[in-house]
Structure formats: C-alpha cells, structure tokens
Design a protein around this ligand. Structure first.
Ligand SMILES: Cc1cc2nc3c(=O)[nH]c(=O)nc-3n(C[C@H](O)[C@H](O)[C@H](O)COP(=O)(O)OP(=O)(O)OC[C@H]3O[C@@H](n4cnc5c(N)ncnc54)[C@H](O)[C@@H]3O)c2cc1C
Length: 561
C-alpha cells in the first residue's frame, strides 16, 4: 500500500508545481493523474500568463485590474499575494527552461490581454501551457527520487480518519483495473475544472469536476460555483477556443452589419474589455438579430500582420483551417461565446487549505478566491502555479507534524464493491453519454451568459432527474483493462454534483455580477450580495451558505471598460 507525506491528485500545472514545492521541502510525494501528465488540460492553455514584471508596471496595478475584473467578488488579500508573487514565478519558470517570447531588444516580450491596464501577459507563441507543462514534467523526472508518479491512475474517493482528517485516497490503475489505497499525511487536490458539465465547452474530455465533487462529498464547502466563464471567442460547432491572444495582437470583432460593436459596450477597452463584458456584448448582438445566420459574430484577425500571426498565433491558424475551414490570415472567422472556465471550486485559504484538516486544493479545482465573479485572461496559469507552489510547501510542512495514517483493509473492499455495482448494472438502460449530453445541453441553454429564475428552475429540475437516472446508466464494457465506460459512469456523478451546485448558486444570487447576469435582476447589488455563496453537503442534500469577501484597499466602484 503506497504511503507518502504528500499525495497530489492531478498532474496539470497546479499539481506538478505543488509536487516540486513539496519535494523541495523534503517531503516524499506521490502524484496521480488519470491521463499522462503532459496530456493534462493545462497543455491546452494558449495565450499566456500574467505578471507585473516590467519596470513600468506594478503588482498593485495587476491586483487592481484583477479585483475590478472579478467585479469585486475576489478576495483582495489572496489577489495581493498572487500578484506580488507573480514576477518571481515567471523568472523561476524562465530559469527552469520555459522559452518565453523575447522582444527584439532581448527582453521577455508581453502581449495585451483583456481587462488589463498594461500589456503584462508573458507567452510562448500560443502554446504557453504546453511549454510550461513540459518543463515542469522534466523537473518532476529530475526529482524522481522524491516524487513517485502514478500515471493513468483514476482517483475515486478521498479518505478520512475518525477525527475527520483527510488521509489519502482510493485510486484505480486504469491499465489493469486494480484498486489501491494511497495513505498520505497531506492530500492536495489539483484535479482541474468541470467544463464537461456544459456542451459545448473549450475544456477537454477529462475536465469532469472529479476533485470538486470528491471534496464536496466528504464535507468541504464549494464557493462561487455560480460563476461560470463564457469565453468570447469559441467555434460554434465544437467549442474550440480561439485565444484571447488574437485580440491582444489586434483582432477586431464585427457583427453581421459590419459594425465594430464593442464601441457601444466598452468604448475605452473595446475588444479587450474583460471576458464577461465582451461575451455579453456578443450575445446581445446575436439575440437582437445582428449576428450571422449561424448565431455567430466575426473575429477579424486579418488586421494582424500575416507574418506575426504565423509566428505568434500559429496554433489558431491550424484550428481555423482544420476545424472551421478558414484561413484566419486571409478572412474573418465566425465565433460565439462558449463555456470556458469555472471561477468557483473547493473553498481554500491562500495556502490551499480547505476546512477539512489535511485536505488542500489548488488550481482550477479550487476557489481561493482570486477570480471572484470573472477571471481575467492569463490569470489562471498564474493561479495554478502560485497556489500550487504554496499548497505543496504548506502540505509538506504539515506532514512533518503528523504520523503516517493507515487505512483499514475494509476501505479497499468497499471501493471494489462500488466498482462491481457499476459493472453489474443491467444493460438496456439509458447510456452514460446520453445523460451527459442532456446535462451539457441543459447547462448551456439555461446557465449560460444570460440567466433567469425560470430557466434556472428548469435546469435544476433536469439536473435532479438526471441525478436519479445516472446510478442506473448502462455500461457496455465489463472488462478491467482501460475500461473507460466505468470511469465515465463515475465522472457523470461528479459532473452532476458540480452542476447542481452551479445552478443552486445561480438561483440564490439574485443580482448580476461578473459572469452571472440575471435578466430578472440586471443590476449589481452590493448591499445584499457582496459576499460569496457556498454550497456544502449536509446529510444527503446540498445546503447554501455565505462567506465574507475580503476587501483590503479597493472599495467597490461602478465597473466600466
Ligand atoms: C483552451 C484553453 C486555453 C486556455 N488558455 C489559458 C491561458 O492562455 N492562460 C491562462 O491563464 N489560462 C488559460 N486557460 C485556463 C487554464 O489552462 C486552466 O485553468 C489550467 O490549466 C488548469 O490547470 P490545473 O492544473 O488546475 O488542472 P488541469 O491542467 O486540468 O489538470 C488536472 C489534472 O487532474 C487529473 N485528474 C482529474 N481528475 C482525476 C481523477 N479522478 N483521478 C486522477 N487524476 C485526475 C488530470 O489527469 C490532470 O492531470 C485555458 C483553458 C482552456 C480550456
């Protein structure tokens, strides 16, 4: 039975950064990932990572932009930490081997991103996530004596001792189907977001909210779950992302009448207003009949010099060709707002600690909360690295003071019984994929850019019905080797838990703030709603609560761009 000081579930940027920090602090570490680590979703991150590193920039300016971007729902103490520590982190990455773009003078080059008052996004063409992830993985291999990697292992459950401490997890070796108990003094969830609860989404198939639901099921509160980011530029059919880097390089948005409509909605920042503002503007144009017949808006990248596009945006050149049949260097591409990111997640402090002793969370699974109602583009990679590192260091420190737990052997037999019950379901019922599609389409219809009480009530009803159907969803593959059917059935349960919390939060917040726009409550209402909404599992059902927003220096103001 593997036993480690620090167990990390997830090997994207947050997990790998946490592993390196914990190993540096002298801990023995295990890192588990349901896919090979460099196939983690962080590999898809395109446009870059923010930091106030240039001499003319300041962390205060970065922090203020982030607070304003969050529509004042972000916790300002956590935002200050993230923005203060950002420059050091970029330099650490650079020294570790990340080949950030350089300007003609040889300095690290920046590009503009939405909602930022300075060009402070550092990037590697439009493959920034891939570049960073591969460098971290090299470092992980270098640390192989301290870090055991469990690649293609699927965590099913978090474990708690009688005192309520988190003491590890149960995981299934996907290659063989064998279950194993992992004992750990500290456990860090770094298992990413829940985008697959929506259809379409920019998120990979593996983003199924596993860690959010696993933490919730053992009593950890979730926070800001209603805050779902719709990215302004995604392909209509399949949700593929066209990076914000395109607008950062100078691309414009036009409606079907040829109007540069952002002049109406954000006269100063135009296409580089924050994402919630641009997505709402696009959706308004589409809803009011000024979109194209396919329900889209045009993104014109031909304004960017072709040589620059081919150098700095080469990935979206390929995406345009392969998935929309469009050469973006020669003609506009049709896009629309699409589900992209979950600002909410497992509530943590700024060392990643959840209210459950021994359980940490970092990255998209967590809610520190640095993004509040709306995340600024290129702040997520930063969040994964800063709070991944802090969690890893804190978890290693905690591990020094506690004894190695030892789980009872019944844990394994109970977990096996759960898997057997899935395998032994009668065939002929509704398929997992059908239920998942209905969930995704429901969320995308009723819990999207614009929401109202009626639509949210319909979504809640459907989610509750799907929760009843899911435990009987049919499984075709009864085997043990790479049985994705079993995993998909488990993931469906996680997505449904996340969806329920998202809808409940959206129903509860009777105002419009950040990514949550309620057509029945169209104003921001600081008097009644300047607080976080939490969702916790109480007995068998979800329970809503609140948590205060930390305000340090920036009092809420009207938010214009
Ligand atoms: C297309 C796209 C482009 C983006 N571009 C940018 C950008 O330019 N800048 C920016 O700041 N942000 C960007 N983002 C957001 C950012 O990429 C993500 O928020 C971030 O990478 C999440 O990292 P993470 O480490 O939290 O999770 P992930 O990278 O998603 O990693 C999750 C890990 O958890 C593992 N895991 C999950 N469940 C289990 C389980 N049950 N058992 C075992 N392992 C499990 C997975 O295998 C994986 O290793 C982008 C997002 C998308 C979708």
């Amino acid at each position: 039975m593997p036993a480690h000081d620090v167990l990390i579930i997830g090997a994207g940027l947050a997990g790998q950064r946490a592993a390196l920090a914990a190993a540096d602090a002298g801990a023995s570490v295990a890192i588990i990932s349901k896919v090979h680590p460099v196939r983690s979703h962080s590999v898809a991150a395109a446009g870059g990572i923010n930091a106030a590193l240039n001499p003319e920039d300041t962390w205060e300016s970065h922090a203020f932009d982030t607070v304003k971007g969050s529509d004042y729902l972000g916790d300002q103490d956590a935002i200050e930490i993230m923005c203060r520590e950002a420059p050091e982190e970029i330099l650490w990455l650079e020294h570790a081997g990340v080949t950030f773009h350089r300007s003609p003078t040889g300095h690290l080059g920046t590009r503009a991103f939405g909602g930022a008052s300075q060009a402070r996004t550092y990037y590697v063409a439009d493959i920034t996530g891939q570049a960073i992830l591969h460098v971290l993985y090299e470092q992980l291999m270098k640390h192989h004596e301290r870090v055991d990697r469990y690649e293609e292992w699927f965590t099913t459950t978090l474990l708690q001792d009688d005192a309520g401490n988190c003491v590890g997890c149960v995981a299934r070796d996907i290659r063989t189907g064998a279950l194993e108990v992992f004992d750990a003094k500290s456990t860090i969830l770094a298992s990413g977001g829940a985008g697959q609860a929506f259809k379409p989404t920019t998120n990979a198939l593996i983003c199924t909210g596993d860690g959010i639901a696993q933490a919730y099921r053992i009593g950890a509160p979730l926070m800001d779950m209603e805050m779902i980011q719709y990215h302004p530029t995604t392909l209509a059919e399949n949700g593929f992302l066209i990076t914000e880097g395109a607008r950062g390089e100078g691309a414009h948005l036009y409606n079907a009448l040829g109007e540069r409509f952002m002049e109406k909605y954000a006269p100063n920042k135009l296409e580089l207003a924050s994402r919630d503002v641009v997505s709402r503007a696009e959706q308004t144009e589409i809803n009011e009949g000024r979109g194209f017949p396919d329900g889209t808006i045009a993104l014109d990248i031909t304004r960017v010099p072709r040589k620059r596009t081919l150098e700095a945006l080469r990935e979206i050149v390929n995406i345009g060709k392969d998935f929309a049949g469009v050469d973006i260097t020669r003609e506009p591409i049709h896009i629309k707002p699409g589900m992209h990111y979950i600002m909410g997640g497992v509530k943590t402090d700024f060392d990643g600690q959840t209210p459950i002793p021994g359980l940490y969370a970092a990255g998209e699974v967590a809610c520190v909360s640095v993004h509040g109602g709306n995340r600024l583009g290129a702040n997520s990679l930063l969040d994964t690295l800063i709070f991944g590192r802090r969690s890893g260091a804190h978890a290693a420190e905690r591990a020094r003071g506690v004894a190695m737990p030892k789980s009872a052997s019944s844990v394994l037999s109970d977990a096996q019984a759960g898997i057997d019950a899935i395998l032994n379901r009668p065939t002929g019922g509704r398929r997992v994929s059908e239920i998942k599609n209905e969930l995704g389409e429901t969320m995308n219809r009723y819990v999207a850019v614009y929401r109202d009480a009626e639509g949210l009530a319909t979504a809640r009803e459907i989610v509750q019905r799907l929760k009843q159907e899911a435990p009987n969803a049919a499984i075709d593959d009864k085997g043990s080797v790479f049985n994705q059917d079993v995993l998909a059935a488990i993931e469906l349960g996680y997505m449904l838990d996340c969806a329920e919390a998202i809808v409940m939060g959206a129903q509860e917040r009777r105002e419009s703030r950040g990514a949550q726009f309620r057509t029945d409550f169209p104003e921001r209402n600081d008097e009644d709603w300047l607080h976080h909404i939490t969702v916790s599992l109480n007995g068998d059902g979800p329970e809503l609560g609140t948590a205060p927003v930390t305000i340090t220096k920036w009092q809420p103001q009207a938010r214009t761009y």
